[in-house]
Unconditional design. Structure first.
Length: 264
């Protein structure tokens, strides 16, 4: 079961253990995802050279694969790192950024999924495209509401995912044994590039301390949403939102989690 108590527990585990989160992610979001992981208490590394990814994946607490800025050499590195992570039973998170926008992007995401992942985290359009359902994408933004993708998420459980997280106004987390939804967050969050990818990176941090993929994803989305609400109260727009968001992650306290977590 997911609760404010389990979220508080895992935040403490991340801060105590400082797990190494290996990110093969896109150029656009490297800075904000690394800073968010640090603020949450984890240790980020961005390594995508095929010559080193197997070694890096071997010592990481989790592997996060984000297909935002693809190239053939990066795809090869993703395959190498995923293979090693699976051999070592290290959790793997897939963010199928922009799946459905191009054939190449969708095929890469499907290939990664087919080899097996602990968690897929994406918006509704990406989840629907990855499942082969009817859904459109507009670049990397969703054109569907998160609740419209719950059926597609269940299909992904049959295609190689242990759990699926659909982000949106309400976040849905689905596995074979657990389903929950979280309503934390703020409308300003989609106005900052990379916050979806940041959510995926935080999922990696929580998976490094909690191998229950559904719980880890729910905890990450809860912490992310609470931090977004706090940041929005203190900022005048997207520019001031980012530092306030990082501060909120860094200063997250148990009493605040218990007060603000919105399980629906």
């Amino acid at each position: 079961m997911i609760s404010s108590a389990t979220l508080i527990r895992d935040i403490g585990e991340i801060r105590r253990n400082k797990p190494l989160v290996h990110n093969i992610t896109n150029y656009v979001v490297m800075n904000i995802t690394a800073n968010a992981l640090l603020a949450a208490g984890a240790s980020p590394v961005m390594a995508h050279a095929k010559e080193e990814v197997a070694e890096m994946a071997s010592v990481a607490g989790s592997l996060v694969i984000n297909i935002g800025t693809l190239s053939p050499s990066w795809v090869e590195a993703m395959e190498i790192a995923q293979k090693r992570a699976l051999e070592r039973k290290i959790p793997v998170v897939l963010d199928p950024v922009g799946a459905g926008a191009t054939k190449y992007r969708t095929e890469v995401a499907v290939s990664i999924l087919s080899r097996g992942v602990s968690l897929v985290r994406g918006n509704a359009s990406e989840i629907m495209a990855l499942a082969g359902a009817a859904g459109g994408t507009k670049g990397v933004d969703s054109t569907a509401s998160s609740d419209a993708a719950t059926g597609a998420a269940k299909l992904l459980l049959e295609k190689g995912a242990q759990a699926v997280c659909i982000s949106g106004e309400t976040d849905y987390i689905i596995s074979e044994t657990e389903t929950c939804s979280i309503a934390n967050g703020h409308p300003m969050m989609p106005q900052v590039t990379g916050l979806g990818c940041t959510a995926t990176a935080l999922c990696g941090a929580f998976l490094a301390v909690n191998k229950n993929a559904a719980q880890a994803a729910a905890h990450a989305m809860g912490m992310m949403g609470i931090a977004g609400e706090i940041a929005a109260e203190k900022s005048e727009g997207p520019g001031s939102f980012v530092p306030a968001f990082l501060d909120a992650l860094y200063n997250m306290q148990p009493a605040l989690v218990a007060q603000k977590l919105k399980l629906v």
